[in-house]
Design a protein around this ligand. Structure first.
Ligand code: SAH
Length: 410
């Protein structure tokens, strides 16, 4: 019997009783998948792992804290015998056979009447790989297929989403691995991609060749002229019936002028969606080993654009208030004005000894960190020839990350 392949079927378990006999690590892996499909999960086991207890505590599953009783099968549509006690699994699966309830066995899959596939999801498709006796192989195949779907190397070309409109996609700090799955999919489904210099550019090489790529760096210069041109292009292409992706570094709404594009689309009646990205003021320090918050050290962080110097008539930043802050100040686009910014923070009350880390080219092969204090920042930037893009992290979190460079705690 076991020589026949399994008959694949998608079980719709929402609201249906599923019995999991056993509360160990196998159950811990399976239960979340059952919750995700809406099943009414009952775990029977004298003990469970803390993770399963957590699901009980949050009311997502029911735990019967005792040994299995035959009546537990009443009303069950599907059963998992996943104890580490073989006779118990034997007993449960024998009873299931009698009652015609499909039963999965963790100790010996060949004895069960159902197998759990390696499952992956991509958009609205569920991928299930069944059949190899080696679970690592099934998992690897599943990963390969899901990855192919994500990257567009496996596609049903005539079925991809063709609804026209604009999608703002945040590409993260630069390393393509740090982009969201949703963002990647939107990119692969685009007819037109309008990309910035700081967007993860390696991904652009993977675009199908019929995709129109518009490089913003090549549009006419001048801040507003360029933005007007971007707004015009994305709206125009969407009105032609195309799917447009506006692709930027980090998150489009963090110093990315993303909302201006949203407004332009709305004004033209073009549907617009937003896929957030990992923003650099948080993620770039993180990859450099610096937390923006730390218990007992920083209970706040402020992200500031340094593109205008302190005191500039158009600056909206209150440097006096920032100088009084005890937490972390993260300055973006601040290399050029770093010296004046450091002075303004000290004038506002921040100690001149405050540790500073400047992370350049975050997540790129050329990434490096330059350490300084507010006092020495300008000198260090010059000595190290720091060029944008760089993130300037100011505050005691830098001392936490680099205790040797800033020994005298304070
Ligand atoms: N929307 C982007 C920020 C755009 S402003 C985001 O959410 O991250 C551009 C500034 O971001 C740069 O001047 C620099 O301060 C910072 N930046 C972006 N990517 C960076 C990176 N990989 N490494 C260092 N700084 C980066």
């Amino acid at each position: 019997m076991t020589d026949f392949p399994p008959y694949p079927s998608g079980l719709r378990l929402a609201g249906r009783r599923v019995l999991v006999v056993g509360g160990g690590h196998v159950a811990q892996r399976r239960v979340p998948q059952l919750i995700a499909v809406g099943a009414d999960v009952h775990v029977v086991s004298p003990h469970t792992t803390p993770a399963i207890e957590g699901l009980v505590g949050s009311g997502e599953i029911t735990w019967h804290q005792r040994a299995f009783e035959d009546a537990d099968l009443d009303g069950a549509w599907y059963v998992m015998a996943v104890t580490d006690d073989r006779p118990v699994n034997d007993h449960v699966s024998a009873l299931c056979d009698e009652r015609r309830i499909f039963c999965v066995r963790s100790d010996d899959a060949s004895l069960g009447t159902a197998w759990t596939p390696a499952v992956g999801r991509h958009a609205d498709v569920t991928v299930a790989v069944l059949g190899s006796p080696d679970p690592r192989r099934t998992a690897a195949l599943r990963d390969e297929i899901v990855e192919g779907l994500r990257e567009g190397t496996i596609a049903a070309p005539h079925h991809r989403d063709k609804t026209p409109g604009v999608t703002l996609v945040g590409g993260g700090p630069g390393d393509p691995e740090l982009m969201s799955v949703a963002g990647r999919r939107a990119l692969m489904e685009a007819d037109v991609v309008v990309a910035d210099r700081l967007a993860p550019r390696e991904l652009l090489g993977e675009l199908p060749h019929d995709v129109e790529l518009i490089d913003v760096a090549k549009l006419p210069r001048g801040r507003s002229a360029q933005q007007d041109e971007i707004n015009r292009v994305i709206v125009e292409r969407a009105l032609e019936g195309k799917r447009v992706v506006r692709f930027k570094g980090g998150d489009n709404f963090v110093f990315g002028r993303g909302y201006e594009e949203v407004l332009a689309c709305r004004a033209a009646g073009v549907p617009v969606t937003v896929i957030p990205g990992l923003t650099s003021p948080v993620s770039v320090p993180a990859v450099a080993g610096i937390p923006v918050t730390h218990r007992g050290v920083a209970h706040e962080f402020a992200v500031v654009s340094g593109h205008l110097p302190p005191g500039h008539p158009e600056s909206l930043v209150d440097y006096d208030a920032l100088g009084r802050l005890r937490g972390t100040v993260v300055v973006m686009m601040g290399v050029e004005n770093a010296s004046q910014i450091a002075d303004a923070l000290v004038a506002g009350g921040r100690s001149a000894d405050t540790p500073v880390a400047v992370v350049c080219d975050g997540t790129m092969p050329t990434q490096r960190t330059v350490l300084a204090t507010l006092d020495t920042l300008a000198k260090q930037l010059e000595a190290e020839a720091v060029k944008p893009p760089a993130i300037i992290v100011i505050g005691e979190v830098v001392r936490v990350a680099h205790p040797d460079a800033f020994p005298a705690g304070g």
